[in-house]
Design a protein. Structure first.
Length: 198
């Protein structure tokens, strides 16, 4: 009887701790203020307004919701988990389409992440966010050109997805398939070269 009571007591403690952890973790997320959330204050008010207008206009045309977020520090948290948690907390993208994109930049740690909603991933390769960031974010962020980095990344996304019409979706799938084929051919060539050398 004592063992049973002890086990129930332990389970209750674990349950309470888990609830507390979930609530505490959710408190780490700031409140969204719009499409542009410059919590680290690396852009001017004018730059934020320009970017806000671009993103608002694009969502009205395509239904794709792109959110730009800057924070000072992750405070030891994993950037991937933080970005995913933020997307869920804010509900980025349409609920029935999961078509949101978050561009997160952490200033002190000099890190960034582009998280693409599952509703868009079928149209993009798995490396889309990384490739995009390497090309448009990294070079400009190193120069301290924050606005230019975010704006350039956003414009590239808009160019890639277009207005997300059926025609655009077909094009994106074809481009993704072509990209996969090219990678497979390259892998075959590399493997063939290695085998010949052996």
């Amino acid at each position: 009887m004592k063992n049973k009571t002890y086990k129930i007591f332990l389970l209750l403690i674990v349950f309470i701790i888990n609830i507390f952890n979930v609530k505490t973790f959710s408190l780490n997320y700031p409140k969204a203020v719009g499409y542009v959330n410059d919590f680290a204050k690396v852009m001017t008010v004018g730059e934020q307004k320009i970017l806000e207008a671009i993103l608002s206009n694009y969502e009205s045309k395509s239904t794709i919701e792109i959110v730009v977020v800057t924070i000072t520090s992750l405070n030891g948290q994993n950037i991937e988990k933080y970005t995913l948690g933020l997307a869920n907390e804010w509900g980025v993208g349409k609920e029935d389409k999961d078509n949101g994109i978050i561009i997160l930049n952490v200033i002190e740690e000099k890190k960034w992440r582009i998280e693409v909603g599952y509703g868009l991933k079928e149209y993009m390769t798995d490396t889309y966010g990384t490739t995009l960031g390497d090309e448009f974010l990294t070079p400009l962020l190193k120069q301290g050109k924050y606005f230019e980095a975010y704006k350039g990344t956003v414009e590239k996304i808009m160019k890639d997805f277009g207005n997300f019409t059926e025609k655009d979706k077909t094009r994106l799938i074809e481009e993704k398939e072509d990209s996969i084929i090219i990678w497979l051919v390259l892998i075959i060539i590399i493997l063939s070269t290695i085998s010949l050398r052996m």
